[in-house]
Write a new protein. Structure first.
Length: 318
């Protein structure tokens, strides 16, 4: 519903509302309380405002700008690794990636980025409450659901993740293709949030394949849409794919984060395909999937090289 409504209203970034809604819904089996929802919304909103200010002040001073971005990404990764913040932290990362890239690579779109963020936050929040009202979670499921474990963060791992993401953002800042620039660092941030220190090589490769499948599904979905372009077709396509990926992402399993990442990739790529942003049409779909695959492999290889070895051995031993 959120995706179709965004396209119908001519939203410049149609994937934002459904992505916010999906993150809120996957973050908890119960609807977020009003106070917590407002807190998350305000955090995302003020992050967007702050990133706009930083982009306007330091966007032409690349070294200083990248240092400031690195500090923001570092604190986000510390919060993620400590189990705090829930889905709001990933959304803050997405905003801290989107706003600088849009602000530098697309000046016309930069003027409306604040209204785009507000629409995304409000729309995602309303969809979350609507979903819980229409299809409430069974009380038994809520009872067995466990909250996120708060643990001591690994500052060395957070620093490594920051370096990996910052290189991806820096590379995209010199790329004049907005669609490619958006999807690469968001994919990197998503994968870094899914990786586990104790994961085997086979699990890590499976992680890359499942995330890449989200991009492939987006390409197939867009090809189907071109055969019968309509809002109803968009609704059916997004419903079918998100039932497949979202159903696995909502399950109480170790693979849930993996499929949530694939869902995020699908929403972004398919959203860019139907977006009115110049240069985001179907002819670059194959290129964007290549970029997604390269971003996944890049993040995985750099994580293997830069993550603290001692922590990996301790986690595997435990």
């Amino acid at each position: 519903m959120g995706f179709t409504a965004a396209v119908a209203m001519g939203a410049i970034v149609p994937f934002l509302v459904p992505m916010f809604a999906a993150q809120f819904l996957l973050g908890s089996t119960a609807p977020m309380p009003l106070g917590k929802t407002l807190g998350a919304a305000l955090l995302i909103f003020f992050t967007g405002v702050g990133m706009m200010v930083l982009t306007n002040l330091f966007g032409d001073r690349h070294a200083t700008f990248l240092i400031l971005l690195g500090l923001i990404y570092f604190f986000c990764f510390v919060a993620q690794l400590s189990g705090k913040g829930g889905p709001a932290i990933f959304l803050v990362q997405v905003v801290a990636i989107m706003v600088p890239l849009i602000g530098i690579l697309n000046k016309d779109l930069a003027n409306s980025i604040l209204s785009i963020l507000v629409t995304g936050i409000l729309g995602g929040t309303l969809l979350m409450w609507l979903a819980h009202a229409v299809i409430p979670e069974p009380p038994s499921t809520r009872a067995v659901a466990t909250s996120a474990t708060v643990r001591s963060p690994s500052y060395r791992r957070a620093l490594a993740n920051t370096a990996i993401l910052l290189v991806a953002v820096a590379a995209c800042l010199i790329n004049d293709q907005l669609s490619a620039a958006l999807v690469i660092p968001i994919t990197v941030a998503s994968l870094l949030g899914q990786l586990d220190l104790s994961a085997s090589g086979r699990v890590a490769i499976g992680l890359v394949i499942v995330n890449l499948s989200g991009g492939i599904l987006a390409s197939v979905a867009y090809s189907i849409l071109t055969l019968r372009p309509s809002l109803f077709s968009i609704f059916l396509i997004v419903l079918a794919v998100t039932l497949i990926l979202g159903g696995r992402a909502a399950a109480a399993s170790k693979d849930a984060k993996m499929f949530a990442g694939a869902l995020t990739t699908f929403l972004i790529l398919f959203g860019l395909g139907v977006s009115p942003v110049p240069g985001s049409a179907a002819e670059s779909f194959a290129t964007r999937i290549v970029f997604v695959g390269a971003a996944l492999i890049y993040a995985l290889l750099l994580a293997v090289l830069l993550w603290p070895r001692s922590e990996t051995r301790e986690r595997q031993a435990s």
